[in-house]
Unconditional design. Sequence first.
Length: 505
Amino acid sequence: MVSILKQLFSFLIILTSLSLHAQNFVDIQARLTGVSESSSGWYDYDEDGDLDVFVSGDFYERNGHFIETKMYRNARNDQFPEVFPPLVDVHRGDFDIADYNLDGIDDLFMIGETKSGALIAYLYKCNRSIHFSRVPIKIPGLRDGSVEWGDYDGDGDPDLLLVGESLTGPVSRVYRNDRGNRFVDTKSSLPGIHHGVGRWADYDLDGDLDIILSGTETSGMVMTELFRNEDGNFIPVGMDFMNLRLSDIAWGDYDNDGDQDFAIIGETQNNQLVSKLYRNEKNGYFSMAFPNFIAVRSGSVDWGDFDHDGDVDLLLTGETTNGPVSKVYRNDRNEWFTDINADLIALYMSDGHWGDYDNDGDLDIIISGMSNQYAFEARIYRNDPIYRDTVQKKGEEIWNNSVVVPERPKKIYFYTYASCYCDIDGTGKNAYHAWVSPIKRPKVQYEVERKFNEVIMEEFPNWYEFDQANITATGFSTLQKAEESRRIAIREYESKGFKVHKLHW
């Protein structure tokens, strides 16, 4: 599926009468358990409309070495009390969430190494509470790799891409979801890797998910390769990407041209640290862009439009030649990115992600890892835009530039939109389609997204075959702003050749 939703956020700038000066990320002192060799992220496990927290990894105290998996419920007002689901404690792992059984609830898949040294690959079914139940599937355990859900075969359910070190060496495997708690190893010919990552993306805009791998092969050689999905077979494309290990990859349309580019970090065969950006030229070719990213390994990259200017910005963490860093790079377009000096804690062996935990319409940050002082950390940073009062009062000195932070108006009006390059009519021919919901005043934003999904699946039965991860809701403080935003969104889609479907309920 192809989505150009990120292009449409630019209209938010027009709709505000305040002049946005800067972005301030505030540590909310969430008191999460700090971990290294970590996997951390957002997961609305109770589906109450706000993002909860998942953290796993290891840490040391005076009385020993500990490996933990922790979950924290978002109790609003920056409060995250710990909850105690029956999840296995792991480090050197990863997790991802998806509704694998199509019951409307996101479930959890984990890999990693336990306290006893066992390798696991566990699927947990969620029921909107902390009472997770482990699903008995036979998938060999992994560590030092990644897990990601994606519907590669277009049958409407998410499949699994797993990479990492197994008991028999590095592997890269695609497991097809045959429903009924059955996952079938497709015996793909992907090269096995560990100390790296595997990611899905439809890089060639043909409507199915392709794969990129980066890490260390069984031979000890380092690789980065893109594999094109041809009817479920993954064929190496042969791009001349930098071969990296201790790597991470994030796909995102940074240049707003409608296709997926990617950022990658890691270490070369000869121990050179690298942070690179590859631009998708739409013709099966990628060219290297040259942003001023600091080179890191053993960290993370994640795209998100934190400043609402219509392009995606980059959150980057990891180890440099001079110690750890955690950076936010603002996308100023034309391949120029600015380090905004976000004052995030610098972390080794780290993991960082964007997410709007407080439902105020902007992206916040969760980050975990080990600090320069060998402290184990897991922190949440709230995104607080800073506004300046540009009206001088009589008698003010001209050099007085005091910052005024006005109370933010409550965002109560929401609408939802999504797009795809897909065959919704079953004619065998893909086309560009977009769907836009009516404007509503829900109790929580999540209600609009849920209803959007229900209506779109009723009116367009083929929708279930396509990835729905790009559904996005935007909140506004007045109905007038929401109506204007919706009009602009529709006009932008239509100007780019999309057929716009206006939903009603």
